[in-house]
Design a protein around this ligand. Sequence first.
Ligand code: ADP
Ligand code: MG
Length: 592
Amino acid sequence: MALTTDFAGIRPDSRTADPKQDHSRYRIVPARHPERLAGTIFAAVVIIAVLYSTFTNPRWGWGVFAEWFFAEPVLVGLGRTLLLTTLAAISGSILGTALALARVSKSPLLSGLSWGYIWLLRSIPVIVLLLILNNLGYLYETIKIGIPFTDTVLLDYPTVQLLTPFAAAFLGLTLNQSAFFAEIVRGGILSVDHGQLEAAAALGLPRRRQAFRIVLPQAMRSILPIGFNELIGLAKSTSVVYVLALPELFYTVQVIYRRNLEVIPLLMVATVWYLIIMTGLSVAQHYIERYFSKGAVRNPAPLPFQAFFDRFRRPLPILNRATDRVRNTGFHDAAALRAAGGIVRIHGISKSFGSLRVLDDVELNLPAGSVTAVLGPSGSGKSTLLRAINHLERVDEGFISVDGDFVGYRRKGDTLYELKEKDILKRRADIGMVFQSFNLFPHLTVLENLIEAPIQVRGVGRQEAVQLAQDLLARIGLSDKINAYPRQLSGGQQQRVAIARALALRPKVLLFDEPTSALDPELVGEVLDVIKELARTGTTLVIVTHEIGFAREVADTVVFMESGRILEAGPPARVFTQAEHPRTREFLAKVL
Ligand code: ADP
Ligand code: MG
């Protein structure tokens, strides 16, 4: 044994604390779990008993089973079942998603129609629905498509010819499937954090893009498990279409056992095929769920073989590390980033929530390129003021203009026309917003977070957007994180990416709502440094913050708010040392 040092005066049992001690003599014995062993034996007995009975009882008729398993009529029926399942699954999911979007739409009529459809279709048993469709020819002898109120007919077909049993089955299953699927999708949409929608709206992404790029992919996490449950249900419920005498798998099997009376073996043929289909679906579910989990978990479990394939994959583009050194030279020498700051005028705005007056006749002028720090106790209306500036919140009175353009309105003479959401979203791109809770899109990588809005809203080419994103990342010192997902970053890094995301649109005005409040104290500095650099680029900045030292250093103007009013505004040197208003002095005494 190597351990010969004499621990004079030290009690032998305290030697284990010595890190240099040789541990090779230790042996690890796994904990014993007698109850687990008992469980394993029980499971083994059950499995053996089931297998024994299944293979020794001659009445299962495995010989007959083998004879029919690959028989042509069975395979044809199987093909029909698979086709029907696939078609109904695809069209049911598309229709269901559309119904769910209609259901959450702001149009009461559209939402009501969707609700009614879902109510009706969920109430009717599939079998009844199928029979009704099959007898549609009795209700309507022909199906006509023409121009209403004229004699023009584009298509005129006898219903029975058009609605074959297969078409009826397809239609019935689709209608039924879509109603259930709609509710699953709606549940998924409701499960997505509202901050995600706000962030997407603040970037000015169009509504469609918000739905299909930001909300639905995140909703998929909760849609998939229930959706696949539904899909498996659909694959099985195709067996009810036997009522239409459509020779799918189950009907075919029935026809055969009625002739040869080998009921059990033939039912087994159908059962084993169903098992195979469901196994396929379960495997597919695993992979699809895993795909949509990217960004939702910090470390996704590797797929089987993934490590093997990764070795051959081309490495993702990683910026030249040297560019990181540019960081300290700041933003101001990056021509791409120099944005002309906007002039913000806030004219007597007021806003109430119910009886609570959250903003009360607020008047403020922010020159181009100015840096304004907004201070005030919690609940004083600071966030509401910022949200009013980019029209995430609509004010009741007064108006706000950026470079003479009214936020949320179009001026014609002396009339202000409220803009449609589509146009508001476009204009919003000029006003960036950074949230306390970052609100990065967790399912997109850092690069994808940065290029989404420039491409979609500004119409910038992908190449250029990527280049700009790389420049921005180099400047915030995060080039090596370009392909990381937000959850793989620290809070400070996430907030720096969020600032870069807002900057990628080259906004005229950038709003910060307590950008460091969610951060650990030691991470605050790195975010404030980025904002300080930014203060010299000419973008107009409005920063709600409790960091007094920071406000004193970077702000031209400090605004103190309380109960929705601006009590005091002025240069930091004056406000921080000789505030006029006693409430300001009281507040500063508490936070300084
Ligand atoms: P601050 O950011 O200064 O802490 P906020 O602007 O978030 O304050 O809120 C100001 C006041 O308005 C608070 O009393 C808050 O409860 C209220 N408020 C904000 N948004 C809403 C809303 N959507 N509905 C009702 N009350 C609201
Ligand atoms: Mg706030």
